[in-house]
Design a protein around this ligand. Structure first.
Ligand code: MIG
Length: 791
C-alpha cells in the first residue's frame, strides 16, 4: 500500500487495515499527516514529524506511561509525504528524511533523503524494556563522535564515556565528576560526513553510554522511569541542529545589556558599606564593571525575600547609590523556605499547601542554610505564580537580577528522598526539572513585576529548555588551571545544548588562584558569554586589584577589551536569542569533519561568535600549539601576518596576551571603552574588517539594551556582507525603529593590500592611516540607508 500526498491538503489519512500484515503483532493503529501510531507486543510506538528534519519517537510500555510536559514548546509541524507499507518494513518520507521501521525485530533507522544512513537502532537489540527501565541501543559507526549533552565534564568528544543525568550539588567537583548541577539530555553525533542530534525527552534519571563497554558495537541511552521518548534531528549542519533543538525547546529572550558586561561577586559582600566600597573602587580604579551581587548574607537569617536589617538597613538607598555609578544589583535566592512561624513566606506556603510532601500529605522537611526548611512545589503552576509574586520584596528596593542557587535541589546530606511528592509526580521524575521550574517561576514572576524592563535570571540547576528562563553558571569550581580549562569545555558543551549564556566562576570558587591563574582566567573571561568573578566564603578577596599592580592593570586592559567588543558581543547575543546559536561555539560547530579539532590538545579551542577563535592556555605556559582550520587567521590585537590554515603552529601565549585569532572575512563592530554598558560610548562605531578569501555575512544588532521595546520593533539591525570577489563590503539598510547610538562609522582595514582608493556610495575617498595601527581607515556617516563600499 502506498500513499502519496497530493496537492490537496490531506490532514488525516486513516489506513484501513483489514487483512493481517506481514507480521501479525505489528499493527498500525492510526496515521495522520504528521503522526503514525503503531502497536507491537502491547508497546505503543508513535512516530511524529515535528518538522521535515525533526522526528519524535515515543515508545511506551503501556498507555499509563507519561512524557515530559516541561521542555518542548512546539507542536508537530511536519508532514509525512509518503508512507510505504509494503512488507517487512514501514517506510516514511518527509521532505528531508527517510525513516524505516522494520517490524520484527522493531528497528528504526534514519536516512538522508538521498539514502545515506545517518542513524540506526542496533540490530537485534533495538529498544530494551527491563522493569521500569528502557534502553535504546544504536549502532556505532567506526569514526563516530559525540558532542554536547549539556553541563558534562570530559573531553569534547564523549565517545567511550558514560554519563548520568541527575541534578547534583557537587561542591568543588573534579574535572571528571558526573553528574553535576544541570541535565540536558541532548547530544550531537558525527560520522562519515553526516551529523544528527538526539534529545532524550525524559526527566527521570537517564544514562548515556557512548560505547564505553560495548566492544565498539553500539551506544545507548536509557531511562529509569517513563517512556522512551526522543527527538531525532536530521539537518546536515551542527548549527542547524542546534537551531532546530532550540526551535523545539525555546531560545533566550534578550537580557539587559549590562549582563554582558563584567560582573563582580563573592560569598558574600556585606554590609552595605562594603558593597559600596567595592563598587566605588571599580570606578576609582577605572576598571569597567556593571553588576555587583549579594550572596546569602543579605537575608535575615537566610529567609528568602527578606533583608538583614543590620547589614542592609536601607537597601533602596544603597541600590540607588550603586545605580548612580552605573552598577546593577543581583541577589541570590534559594528554594528552601525556613520553618518559622514568624515568617510570611512560610505561613503562606503552609496555609496554601505550596510545599512538597510525603505520601501522607505532610510537608517534607530538609535542612539548608536557614535551618529546617520546606520546599516549594515548583511543578505546580499556582506555586510558581506565588513564588514569582514574592519578588516584590527585592524589586521594590531596586534589585534587577535574580540568582537561583541550590535548586538541584540541594539539602544537607544530599539525599533528597526520591519518593517526596509534587503535583507532577515524585522526586524521581521531577528532580531534574525542579531547578528549571524554579527559574521559570522566578523569570515569569520578576518579568511581570518589572513591567517593560527586561529581567534576568541565573540558575545552577536546569533541564532541557532552561534557556527560555535563565543563564546558567557551572557551580562550585576550583581555582586551578585544570578547572579553568575544564570550564571552557563545560561552557561550550552547554552552548551546543541550547544554553547560550553560560560561564564558570572566573578566578575559581573554591580555593585561591595565583595571580598568574587569575590573570589568565580574566583574559579568558573576556571571551566567555557570562563573565562573572566569584569566590567562596573564607577565600581570599578576588577583586582585580587585590593581587598586585600588574594583575590589576592587565585585568583592566582585558575588561576594557570586553567593553570595546560590546557591539559585537551584543550582536552575537542577539543572534543566540533569535536563532539559538550560542555565543561560545565549539570548533565542531564549524568544522565537525576536521578530526584535529577533537585532539586532546586542541579541543579547548572555540569560536566566540563567528569571528574569534579563542585558544585557552594554562597560566604557566608561554607558548602553545594552536590548530588553525582552513581559512586565514589574524592574531587579535597585533599586526602580524595572518596564518593560513589548515596548519598547526606554536604561538606565543604570555599572560598579557591570550592567543585569540580573527577569522579572515570577519567584520567586527567595536566601540571605545566605557566604564559600564549604559555609559555613553561616543559617536563612533569602529568596524574592523579582516581580509579573507570567502564571502561572509554578519548580523549587526542594537537596541536600548534595557526594555522590551525591541519586541515592538525598536531595534536597529543590518547585515554586513563582505565579498572578496566583487571587492565589496555592503551594509544593508537598517531595519527597525531604533536609531543607532553611533553617528559615525569608522572602517578599519586589516590585511588588505594596496588599497589606494575606496568608493563608498559612489563617493571616492582615500583611506588614511588608522590610529595605533599601520592600518588604513575611512570614516562615513552612519546612515540607515544601504552603504556600499568598493575597493
Ligand atoms: O552551600 O550561597 O554555588 O555560588 O556562593 C553553598 C553561597 C551555597 C553555592 C553556590 C555558590 C554560592 C554559595 N552557594
Amino acid at each position: 500500500m502506498k500513499i502519496k500526498k497530493t496537492a490537496s491538503i490531506i490532514l488525516i489519512i486513516l489506513l484501513n487495515i483489514n487483512k493481517p500484515l506481514f507480521c501479525s503483532d505489528f499493527q498500525i493503529l492510526k496515521t495522520s499527516s504528521s503522526q503514525i501510531d503503531i502497536i507491537k507486543h502491547n508497546k505503543i510506538i508513535t512516530v511524529t514529524a515535528y518538522s521535515p528534519e525533526i522526528i519524535r519517537i515515543t515508545i511506551k510500555k503501556d498507555k499509563s506511561q507519561t512524557t515530559n510536559p516541561f521542555s518542548v514548546i512546539q507542536s508537530p509541524k511536519g508532514l509525512f509525504n509518503t508512507i510505504d507499507d509494503s512488507g517487512k518494513t514501514l517506510i516514511l518520507y518527509t521532505e528531508k528524511l527517510k525513516i524505516t521501521i522494520s517490524k520484527d525485530p522493531l528497528l528504526i533507522k534514519f536516512y538522508t533523503s538521498d539514502g545515506k544512513l545517518i542513524n540506526s537502532d542496533f540490530q537485534p537489540l533495538g529498544t530494551i524494556f527491563q522493569g521500569e527501565k528502557t534502553t535504546c541501543t544504536k549502532s556505532l559507526f567506526k569514526d563516530e563522535k559525540f558532542i554536547g549533552l549539556g553541563e558534562k565534564t570530559g573531553p569534547l568528544n564523549r565517545r567511550g564515556r558514560t554519563y548520568t543525568n541527575w541534578n547534583t550539588d557537587h561542591y568543588a567537583y573534579s574535572v571528571n565528576s558526573d553528574p553535576l548541577y544541570s541535565s540536558i539530555p541532548f547530544f550531537i553525533g558525527i560520522h562519515d560526513s553526516l551529523v544528527y542530534g538526539i534529545f532524550l525527552d525524559n526527566t527521570s534519571r537517564t544514562k548515556f553510554d557512548f560505547g564505553a563497554s560495548t566492544d565498539n558495537k553500539f551506544y545507548s541511552f536509557s531511562t529509569d522511569k517513563g517512556a522512551m521518548d526522543y527527538y531525532f534531528f536530521g539537518s546536515q549542519s551542527v548549527a542547524d541542529i542546534i537551531k532546530n533543538y532550540t526551535w523545539l525547546t525555546g531560545t533566550m529572550e534578550m537580557v539587559p545589556k549590562w549582563i554582558l558586561g563584567y560582573q563582580q561577586c563573592r560569598w558574600s559582600y556585606y554590609p552595605d558599606s562594603e558593597v559600596l566600597r567595592i563598587a566605588k573602587t571599580f570606578r576609582e580604579k577605572n576598571i569597567p564593571a556593571d553588576v555587583i551581587y549579594l550572596d546569602i548574607h543579605y537575608m535575615d537569617g537566610y529567609k528568602i525575600f527578606t533583608w538583614d536589617k543590620k547589614r542592609f538597613p536601607d537597601p533602596s538607598k544603597m541600590i540607588s547609590e550603586l545605580n548612580k555609578i552605573g552598577f546593577h544589583v543581583i541577589t541570590i535566592v534559594d528554594p528552601g523556605i525556613k520553618i518559622d512561624a514568624g515568617y510570611n513566606a512560610y505561613n503562606e506556603g503552609v496555609q496554601n499547601k505550596y510545599f512538597l510532601t510525603y505520601h501522607d500529605s505532610s510537608f517534607y522537611t530538609g535542612s539548608v542554610w536557614p535551618g529546617r526548611c520546606h520546599f516549594p512545589d515548583f511543578t505546580d503552576n499556582k506555586v510558581r505564580k506565588w513564588w514569582g509574586s514574592k519578588f516584590s520584596a527585592l524589586i521594590k528596593p531596586g534589585v534587577e537580577g535574580f540568582w537561583n542557587d541550590m535548586n538541584e535541589p540541594s539539602v544537607w546530606g544530599q539525599s533528597f528522598p526520591e519518593f517526596v511528592l509534587g503535583k507532577a509526580g515524585s522526586m524521581d521524575i521531577i528532580r531534574n526539572v525542579y531547578g528549571m521550574l524554579m527559574a521559570k517561576a522566578t523569570f515569569e514572576g520578576t518579568k511581570k513585576l518589572l513591567k517593560n524592563k527586561r529581567t534576568f535570571c541565573l540558575t545552577r540547576a536546569g533541564f532541557a529548555g532552561i534557556q527560555r528562563y535563565s543563564a546558567v553558571w557551572t557551580g562550585d569550581n576550583v581555582a586551578t588551571d585544570e578547572h579553568m580549562m575544564a570550564g571552557v569545555l563545560l561552557t561550550n558543551s552547554m552552548g551546543l545544548s541550547g544554553i547560550p549564556l553560560a560561564g564558570p566562576d572566573i578566578g575559581g570558587f573554591a580555593g585561591n588562584p595565583s595571580k598568574e591563574l587569575f590573570t589568565r582566567w580574566m583574559s579568558l573571561g573576556v571571551f566567555t558569554p557570562f563573565f562573572r568573578n566569584h569566590t567562596e566564603i573564607d577565600s581570599r578577596h578576588q577583586e582585580p586589584w587585590v593581587f598586585d599592580d600588574r594583575t590589576e592593570s592587565l585585568s583592566r586592559k582585558f575588561i576594557n577589551t570586553r567593553y570595546q567588543l560590546m557591539p559585537y558581543i551584543y550582536s552575537i547575543f542577539y543572534e543566540a536569542s533569535a536563532t539559538g546559536l550560542p555565543m561560545s561555539r565549539s570548533m565542531a560547530v564549524y568544522y565537525p569533519f576536521d578530526d584535529k579539532i577533537f585532539w586532546s590538545n586542541f579541543q579547548y579551542q572555540y569560536m566566540f561568535g563567528p569571528s574569534f577563535m579563542v585558544c585557552p592556555v594554562k597560566s604557566s605556559r608561554k607558548t602553545v600549539a594552536v590548530y588553525f582550520p582552513e581559512g586565514l587567521w589574524y592574531r587579535f590585537g597585533n599586526k602580524s601576518e595572518p596564518v593560513k590554515g589548515p596548519a598547526t603552529k606554536q604561538v606565543k601565549s604570555p599572560l598579557q596576551d591570550l592567543p585569540v585569532f580573527v577569522k579572515g572575512g570577519s567584520v567586527i563592530p567595536m566601540q571605545k571603552t566605557v566604564q559600564y554598558t549604559t555609559a555613553d560610548p561616543g559617536d563612533t562605531l569602529f568596524l574592523h574588517i579582516y581580509y579573507g578569501d570567502k564571502k561572509t555575512s554578519f548580523l549587526y544588532y542594537e537596541d536600548d539594551g534595557l526594555t522590551m521595546d525591541y519586541r515592538k520593533g525598536r531595534y536597529c539591525k543590518r547585515f554586513i556582507v563582505f565579498d572578496p570577489d566583487s571587492r565589496e563590503l555592503c551594509l544593508s539598510r537598517t531595519t527597525g525603529t531604533y536609531k543607532s547610538d553611533f553617528k559615525i562609522l569608522k572602517f578599519i582595514f586589516h590585511g588588505f593590500r594596496d588599497i589606494k582608493e575606496i568608493k563608498i556610495n559612489n563617493r571616492t575617498v582615500k583611506p588614511v592611516p588608522a590610529e595605533n595601527h599601520r592600518l588604513k581607515s575611512i570614516n562615513f556617516e552612519n546612515i540607515s540607508q544601504k552603504i556600499r563600499m568598493k575597493w
